[in-house]
Ligand binder design. Structure first.
Ligand code: HAM
Length: 431
């Protein structure tokens, strides 16, 4: 016998049933993923977003330039290798850089003034493993390119808010502004000076970040770093007039659309491309430390950085597995259960059961047949395990009379029915 081969760390299988459901860590099921994706598929087009798909493999330079060399994602977490022809390639750690590359590549800017795309797919980051954090995970995201003003920011945040509400997820919407190329450098310098003076109180990582990416110190989870961060100068004090106007405009638009939100100066995000608006939906229960279910923001310089025109953009991405954990905890019933389970007793009855099941399925009624010869008692057990509502034993008598008994598994009640109109009988019994 061959040796069992275990999955790569940080990846997980998504199975259809409850087999792996643990009480404290609900296993994600295909049904959860469908529910989440289906809700997005229905909602996003109402706001004008159309689906785009980009490759999982990209040139490493795309992410190095797009996300930033100094970010954890690029410096530590990408799956990068040399392709057989010598090209440096990476498995995408996120979708924004790829979508912007596609936008530039296909000269979309020349064809339409405003572009709204959504996407779904696997992303890869070699992160430390913990609950809600995987090395292969799925994002559903959107990008809106072309509009500079705060109304599109608010429209997009409202859409995210609506989607998460539809899924029944408890969360809070956090918003912040990071300023732009005009005002952020002065803030960065002031922050850096402040952090250098307190470097003794920072964790080792944040001492490094003080020099490479000081804004990231603000969202370090270390309690001592948080204390230092609490006293740090705030971006708000440094905003230039246009950035201030944008942020005020965003907040006013969110209020008009009825989106409850909190201003969170610590919300700096882990990617370098952000300008002005940043936002995150943070779960208020059920996820522990990995509680950010979706994050995004404005990236007005990214399109130019990747060889395109002066086009502004804003987007978000949500972690589908994190959403699924929350949906699973809410205990939503997802599986499609057979309405009827057929238990045929011999070869002729099996053929009849197959034909009856096909008839029901054509009528849109989920049905299952037994493929095993076993006692009626065992057949009932199997029907029960499948979650069927009714079982129908088919023997010689049923074949001859053309009538059968639908047995309700929960109550044991039996309903005699005409086998030539089983669909009709079921509609009457289970409307
Ligand atoms: P991000 O914050 O890196 O942003 O990721 C967005 C979401 O993906 C997170 O809030 C989280 O739910 C999920 N996520 C990230 N890493 C993992 C992981 N290792 N395991 C499970 N879930 C994870 C972006 O990726 C940006 N591209 C978002 C964006 C779009 N900004 C503008 N447009």
């Amino acid at each position: 016998m061959g040796q069992k081969i275990s999955p790569v760390k940080g990846t997980r299988d998504v199975l259809p049933g409850d087999t792996y459901l643990k009480k404290d860590d609900p296993w994600i099921r295909t049904g959860h993923l469908h529910l989440i994706e289906q809700a997005a598929r229905e909602l996003f087009p109402l706001y004008g977003y159309r689906e785009a798909r980009t490759p999982v493999l990209e040139r490493t330079a795309l992410f190095a330039r797009g996300i930033g060399d100094a970010t954890d994602i690029v410096a530590k977490e990408m799956y990068t290798f040399e392709d057989r022809d010598g090209t440096q390639v990476s498995m995408r750690p996120e979708g924004t850089a790829s979508l912007v590359r596609a936008y530039v590549e296909h000269a979309v800017q020349q064809q339409e003034p405003d572009t709204k795309w959504w996407y779904a797919g696997p992303m890869f980051r070699h992160e430390r493993q913990q609950r809600g954090r995987y090395r292969q995970f799925t994002q559903i995201g959107v990008e809106a390119l072309g509009s500079p003003g705060p109304r599109i920011d608010a429209e997009q945040i409202e859409m995210l808010d609506r989607w998460l509400r539809a899924l029944g997820i408890p969360f809070e919407m956090h918003v912040n502004t990071l300023g732009d190329a005009q005002c952020r450098p002065a803030y960065r310098t002031a922050l850096q000076e402040y952090l250098r003076a307190r470097s003794a109180d920072l964790c080792e990582e944040c001492r490094k970040r003080t020099e490479t990416n000081p804004i990231r110190v603000l969202d370090c989870k270390n309690p001592r770093c948080q204390e230092v961060a609490a006293g740090a100068p705030k971006m708000e004090q440094f905003l230039c007039a246009p950035c201030r106007e944008h942020f005020d405009g965003l907040r006013a638009a969110l209020d008009r659309l009825g989106v409850a939100h909190v201003v969170d100066p610590k919300l700096v995000r882990g990617l370098d491309y952000y300008t002005r608006t940043t936002y995150e939906a943070i779960a208020t229960a059920g996820l522990g430390s990995q509680s950010t279910v979706a994050g995004g923001g404005r990236y007005d310089g990214l399109i130019r950085e990747l060889g395109g025109g002066d086009v502004p953009g804003i987007g978000f991405a949500a972690g589908v597995e994190r959403l699924a954990l929350l949906v699973a905890q809410a205990g939503r019933e997802l599986a499609v259960r057979p309405l009827v389970f057929f238990a045929p007793l011999g070869p002729e009855e099996e053929a009849r059961a197959d034909a009856l099941a096909l008839e029901l399925r054509k009528a849109g009624i989920p049905a299952e047949v037994s493929f095993r010869r076993s006692s009626p008692g065992n057949q009932m057990k199997r029907a029960d395990a499948l979650g069927a509502r009714f079982a129908l034993v088919l023997g010689d008598a049923e074949l001859k009379s053309g009538r059968g008994k639908l047995k309700e598994l929960k109550t044991g009640a039996e309903h005699e029915v005409d086998l030539t109109d089983l669909a009709g009988a079921l509609r009457r019994l289970a409307p």
